[in-house]
Design a protein around this ligand. Structure first.
Ligand code: NAD
Length: 482
């Protein structure tokens, strides 16, 4: 059973009270599926409506508290969360499959988001006067109302906190619906955070999104939805919430390309960065490199160098400090990626399974997968076109730059991309033509700086991520003219 607060297992939070669910679902350790880490509540539609009732009631007073009080409470909550990080790391690894390093980084980011956003709030909230000849208009802000935060399993902590924190600071109340297969760290940490706020400001329900999500999408009292997840689910949420015209924050799927130009350096640092870009969190990152286009003159050399790098990767239970890559997060994801790889093998592409098993005896007990490089593969292959979300990377040869740009853009997604060349001007020129929210030069990573805001484009979403942009998203500006 779970570590830090066993009493939250199988429970959900409404109006300051942790309710026991009638139905629960076991949360298993993906590194050892025989280990039950805890239970997640399978909330009913009625539970979700009650959570909205509580949030709507609390909104009446929370929306009228001063910005100073909201910021102070958030700062207090971040201080309360800090000492829990060390204790929560192992729970996070056990329910999610991340490595210790990945899990700790995510938790620390949550604390940082809370204190940085709280610091931003007071200055940002101040009304602005815009003078006109006949009148002065004061631009003021007010919170929207009940906000639903729906988050995925791949980075459940930071992707819940990055949305819920600005929403609460802006004076909204929230109903949070984390992914059901690994919500225990989210519940544990939010238990501490929620106690710094009045009852009903933070409510949490868990359960199958496809069964209960429509309640959040259709209730007219929910005025904004912050969703992070697949493009497929994002589209359902967009259509279900159209009837009540909600404000939507959508961070959706990706299929990021990396373009290796003929003059790329391909030194040790580059190859390491590419490995990280592909294999961070076992490839289960929305902005992971998912396809690599290499100029034909460097193709064999590139595959050879990346192969040597992938061979070093030790795959095992993330709780062990030597594990460089943990298991896949869940059975459905594991089976999906395994099946795509099987079909890829049958199609005649060359699939090289690399890396090292940390522990062969327990290997079959978890959703472990060795990292693979797929060569001798064309752009129109299934593996290149889908968001496969696993530790497998297709490497495609190209002969001409125009062709490479065209293939990179040939996707419904537009999250991130990277260009690998020694010529910075050339990288910038290509970046202008790549359909992505951000383009990296000789890197492919994750923005940590809360001042940066590069939402995905095309079917990767609509969002605002900065410390200011996200506050903006959860408020309405209005004019007071006199
Ligand atoms: P998912 O879309 O299956 O689920 C995400 C969340 O939505 C879960 O909490 C789920 O229960 C809920 N949900 C499912 N159906 C719903 C419905 N009809 N109504 C309301 N809620 C519903 O995604 P996932 O498999 O958990 O996560 C992986 C996906 O998330 C990948 O596509 C990945 O690219 C994407 N993602 C995007 C970003 C980003 O910032 N762009 C970040 C992380 C993950």
């Amino acid at each position: 059973m779970i570590g830090v607060f066993p009493e939250i297992s199988g429970r959900f939070l409404i109006d300051g009270e942790w309710h026991k669910a009638k139905e629960t679902k076991q949360v298993h350790n993906p590194a050892n599926i025989d280990e039950v880490v805890g239970e997640a509540a399978a909330c009913s539609k009625q539970d979700v409506t009650q959570a909205i009732d509580a949030a709507a009631k609390a909104f009446k007073t929370w929306s009228r508290t001063s910005v100073e009080e909201r910021a102070e409470r958030m700062k207090k909550a971040s201080e309360a969360l800090k000492p829990m990080i060390e204790e929560s790391v192992s729970l996070f690894v056990r329910e999610n499959g991340k490595t210790l390093v990945e899990a700790k980084k995510d938790l620390l980011r949550c604390v940082e988001v809370m204190s940085r956003m709280a610091d931003t709030l007071i200055e940002w909230w101040k009304p602005v006067n815009v003078g006109q000849s006949a009148q002065t208009v004061q631009v003021r802000r007010r919170p929207r109302g009940v906000t639903a935060v729906i988050s995925p399993w791949n980075s459940p902590m930071i992707l819940t906190f990055k949305r819920a924190v600005p929403a609460i600071l802006a004076g909204n109340t929230v109903v949070i619906k984390p992914a059901t297969n690994c919500p225990l760290t989210v519940l544990t940490c939010l238990k501490v955070v929620a106690s710094s706020f009045p009852d009903g400001v933070i409510n949490i329900v868990t359960g199958s999104g496809s069964k209960i999500g429509d309640v959040l999408c259709t209730d007219p009292r929910v005025r904004a939805i912050a969703f992070t997840g697949s493009t497929e689910t994002g589209k359902i949420i967009m259509s279900q919430s159209a009837g009540t015209v909600k404000k939507l924050f959508m961070e959706l799927g990706g299929n990021d390309p990396a373009l290796i130009l003929p003059d790329a350096e391909l030194g040790k640092t580059d190859i390491q960065r590419i490995r990280m870009g592909v294999l961070r969190a076992s490839g289960q990152v929305c902005s992971a490199i998912k396809r690599i286009y290499v100029h034909e003159s460097r193709y064999s050399e590139f595959v050879e160098k990346l192969t040597r790098e992938f061979e070093r990767v030790v795959v095992g239970n993330g709780i062990h400090p030597d594990a460089m890559m943990g298991p896949m997060n869940n059975k459905a994801q594991f089976e999906f990626v395994k099946d795509v790889i099987e079909r890829t093998k049958k199609s005649g592409a060359n699939v090289a399974e690399l890396g090292q098993k940390m522990d062969t005896e327990t290997w079959d007990k978890g959703y472990f997968m060795l990292p693979s490089i797929v060569s001798n593969i064309d752009h129109d292959h299934e593996l290149v076109g889908v968001e496969q979300f696993g530790p497998v990377i297709p490497v495609i040869s190209y002969s001409d730059e125009e062709e490479a740009i065209e293939m990179a853009n040939d996707t419904p997604y537009g999250l991130r991309a990277s260009v690998w060349t020694q010529d910075k001007a050339k990288a910038r020129e290509i970046a202008d033509r790549l359909e992505a929210g951000a383009v990296f030069h000789n890197n492919h990573t994750i923005f940590q700086d809360l001042r940066l805001d590069f939402p995905g484009i095309k079917e990767s979403g609509l969002s605002r991520e900065t410390q200011w942009g996200s506050l903006e998203l959860f408020t309405d500006s209005y004019g007071f003219a006199d």
